[in-house]
Structure formats: C-alpha cells, structure tokens
Write a protein that binds this ligand. Structure first.
Ligand code: AIR
Length: 210
C-alpha cells in the first residue's frame, strides 16, 4: 500500500462498479443525475461518451472488456435512434440499464422505443425518459449491487426511510397551509355552540311561564 507524505497509508481509490455511457457529451446535462445519485451512495463509477453509431467498434470493445475490469452494471443514456444500451447488451452478460433521452424534437419517444423494444434474448432494463430515468437507473444499479453488499443494502433502507419522511413533512406543511386559510375547527365548534345556546335561550324566552 502506498504512503502519503505524512507517512499514513493511502487508500487506493475503489475500482468502478458502474459504467455510465452516453451517446454524446450533449447527454451529460441529464446523465450527470445518475452520477450524482451513485456518488450519494458512495458507489465508484466512471462515465464515457461512446456512440453505437459514431464509434461502434470502441463501444463494443468497452462492453466486452467491462466484466474483467470489475464493472458490474451499465447505465446507457442516448437520444434519437438510441441504440447504445442495446449495442452494449449485445456484447456483455452484465445488466444493462437504458435511459432514453429527449434529443431530437420528438420528446424522447423515439429514444424510448429504440431502447425498450429489444428483441428477445438481449435485455435492456429501460427507465423513464430524461432525468428521472437517469436517477432511477442509478438507484436500480445500487439495488443490484446491494444484493451482494450488505452495507449498501442498509444504505438503501435508509434512503427509503428518508423518502417516506420527506412525504410526511410535505403533508404536514400542506395541512398547516390549509388550516391557516380557513377558520379553525375550534372557532367553528365554539361558534356552533354559541348559536345552539342562543336558540335554546330564545325558545325558553318564548315559553309561557307556569
Ligand atoms: N446519439 C449519438 N450517437 C448515436 C445516438 N443515438 C445520440 C446522442 C444524443 C443525440 O444523438 O446520445 O442524445 C445527439 O447527439 P449530438 O452529438 O448531435 O448532440
């Protein structure tokens, strides 16, 4: 193990487990969401521009070499005629997650169909179009890795708890803002009680004395 200048042992950076591939650097604005999510779980990963159409040889070679380099999951994002995830899946037995991107004026529907409609035998786990898909692809990659990593599985449990807490907090704020805009229940009940008292008094007042 290498030593730092102060003599302490230097930790070697963890080998990347996930490869984020994208058809163009213009995809990074969306695909960086996958990188951010993986980083939040402390999952070592790498990102590359590789195109199924513009650099088919390099793409195939990368996909073939991935397993022996220690990579475990692919996340492939592409727009338009998005064949990257399928082209990668054709070359590897590692799981491939595809993220269709909106890059052509068709709102990403072209990329969705190109990514999801794989022929039987060459699977691509296809996520939603755009940023939500990139984010979910990263979470799914973490879930795949967590099958053989108990620490990561615990992190995922914590993440889910955080989601539920976030929803509960949003509901609490909603209830507060609804309550602030209408007369409080206490005031309404007190008002109704006063009205009932007044009605009883009026009836008593009208009743002839015996
Ligand atoms: N693309 C690149 N090679 C094959 C495909 N399908 C996609 C990229 C990008 C879109 O074409 O993934 O979403 C436009 O790329 P560019 O480089 O013109 O910005």
């Amino acid at each position: 193990m290498k030593k730092t200048t102060n003599g302490k042992a230097k930790q070697a950076p963890a080998a990347p487990r996930v490869a984020i591939l994208m058809g163009s650097d213009s995809d990074w604005g969306v695909m960086s969401a996958a990188s951010d999510r993986l980083a939040s779980f402390g999952v070592a990963h790498e990102a590359h521009v590789l195109s199924a159409h513009r650099s088919p040889e390099e793409t195939a070679q990368f996909a073939r070499d991935a397993k022996k380099r220690g990579l475990a999951v692919f996340i492939c994002g592409a727009g338009a005629a998005a064949h990257l995830a399928g082209a990668v899946s054709a070359q590897t037995t590692l799981p491939v997650l595809g993220v269709p991107l909106d890059a052509s004026g068709l709102g990403g529907l072209d990329a969705l169909l190109a990514t999801v409609q794989m022929p039987a035998g060459i699977p691509v786990g296809t996520l939603a179009i755009g940023k939500a898909g990139a984010d979910n692809a990263a979470i799914l990659a973490v879930q795949i890795l967590a099958l053989s990593d108990p620490d990561l599985a615990v992190e995922l449990e914590g993440y889910k708890v955080g989601l539920a807490e976030g929803v509960a907090e949003k509901d609490r704020r909603l209830q507060e803002s609804i309550a602030a805009k209408r007369p409080s229940a206490a005031r309404t009940i007190a008002g109704k009680a006063r009205e009932a008292d007044a009605a009883v008094s009026a009836r008593r007042g009208a009743r002839p004395r015996i």
